[in-house]
Design a protein around this ligand. Structure first.
Ligand SMILES: [Zn+2]
Length: 434
């Protein structure tokens, strides 16, 4: 049977638009990846002037090799994902999976809603299976080759089972409710779905630090005699509950170090990886803590939540309109008269939408980098710019993060400012403060 999009005799305009956007996003990705690899390779021979005294050449070169290996793998993954997308849509993949599912369920008295859930789960499973080799290669080959991963097969399997269990407990009920709303609540279904989705994400944010993250890692309150006094006075100055600072056993999976701020309201937490705590001296830990407190004081988490709620509102409104357009289905390779039409619409939307919005990525990266600068400035005021920049250099070294990214690649993707610019601002503040 010919796929749906070529059965339509009238117009292939949306098919053309979709394929053009897909090709364009791949070309931009390839162009940026090429630039990044060339730029990093060209700067591999020597450590940039500012870092000569603090970054060993071997570490700089390791970071270059690691960056290039990751960029190359990421590019290959993008190509495979694009191929999967075309297979699922224009080549009739979703329709074929739907036929399989309906065939398997034929004769059983299952309600349509359950058939739709099974279809969505089946398609997501196919997509996860395609992604699996990349996940395995990244963890057990790439991260291991550079000495980062200490992951065992046993732990990987346990993690995967936990993720699947969470998807069943949290994801399935949400999917059922949304599909039910699509079926039962008329043309404004997307507004109800958005309300449900918003409530769901807020609850998720509340339980993520206290209930979900502890399923994977151990969190203990930061208790360091050498630190306690300074940390407590810093927290008091910033109005942050002293019970909210934790150390996480990140070392069970990898030697990467990090710190982050998560949650809101009573559930908010600042988390240090144990690997980071081991590497930093008390002044540097205080500076990193002050940076995370900067995110808290500038309400960055709340701002991110608002932006994500607005984006999902816009997205669902668009889906609410698209679902009434037969061409949306036909021209993406699906027969619009399918009984599982709602589930198919959700699938098409979530697979195709990221391609259409890919070129907006730099806007979000830019906003995130602005937040990082604000948090750095806050830390410099509270503790000291020199301590923070010393801590950052150790972080770059331990994570083999390149000091010399391509400026355009960085502007497009990076959530954090490039090392040189970030440290330069801190150096300036340190000079002014002196
Ligand atoms: Zn930050």
């Amino acid at each position: 049977m010919r796929p749906a999009w070529c059965r339509n005799r009238f117009s292939h305009m949306f098919t053309t638009f979709f394929l053009t956007a897909l090709a364009l996003s791949l070309l931009v990705r390839a162009w940026l990846a090429g630039r990044q690899m060339r730029h990093v390779a060209a700067n591999r021979a020597s450590v940039p002037q500012r870092f000569v005294e603090v970054m060993p050449l071997a570490a700089h070169q390791k970071a270059a090799d690691y960056t290039i290996a990751r960029t190359r793998l990421g590019m290959l993954e993008s190509i495979v994902e694009a191929a999967l997308l075309v297979c699922l849509t224009l080549m009739g993949g979703i329709e074929a999976i739907d036929r399989l599912v309906q065939g398997a369920l034929a004769g059983s008295a299952m309600p349509d809603l359950v058939r739709e859930v099974v279809l969505v789960v089946a398609v997501l499973l196919v997509s996860a299976l395609v992604d699996l080799p990349f996940s395995l290669y990244r963890e057990f080959v790439l991260e291991a080759r550079f000495g980062f991963s200490v992951m065992t097969w046993r732990l990987y399997l346990i993690d995967t089972l936990k993720v699947v269990a969470l998807a069943i407990v949290l994801g399935l009920p949400l999917l059922l409710v949304v599909l039910w709303l699509m079926q039962a609540s008329g043309r404004w279904w997307w507004l109800y779905a958005w309300t449900v989705w918003s409530g769901f994400s807020l609850v998720l944010l509340l339980i993520a630090p206290t209930i979900i993250a502890p399923l994977f890692n151990k969190f203990v309150p930061l208790e360091d005699e050498a630190l306690r006094g300074r940390v407590e006075s810093l927290l008091a100055r910033c109005g942050f509950a002293a019970k909210g600072v934790f150390v996480m056993d990140g070392s069970t999976r990898s030697t990467h170090g990090n710190a982050y701020f998560t949650g809101f309201g009573a559930a908010k937490r600042i988390v240090f990886f144990d690997t980071l705590i081991e590497r930093l001296n008390p002044e540097e830990i205080e500076a990193v803590l002050a940076h995370e407190l900067g995110h808290f004081r500038h309400h960055h988490v709340i701002q991110r939540i608002v932006v994500s709620l607005l984006t999902s509102f816009a997205g669902l409104a668009v889906l609410g309109w698209l679902i009434g357009q037969p061409w949306f289905f036909e021209q993406l390779g699906v027969e619009p008269s399918l009984a599982t039409r709602d589930a198919v619409a959700l699938l098409l939307f979530f697979f195709v939408m990221p391609i259409m919005t890919f070129l907006l990525a730099p806007l979000f990266s830019q906003a995130s980098r602005r937040h990082e600068y604000q948090a750095d400035a806050f830390a410099a005021e509270q503790t000291g710019a020199g301590e923070l920049s010393r801590a950052l250099v150790k972080l770059y070294e331990d994570n083999a993060a390149t000091l010399t990214p391509d400026p355009l690649h960085s502007a497009f993707y990076d959530s954090h400012p490039p090392a040189a610019l970030r440290i330069a601002r801190l150096d300036q503040r340190a000079l002014v403060a002196r």
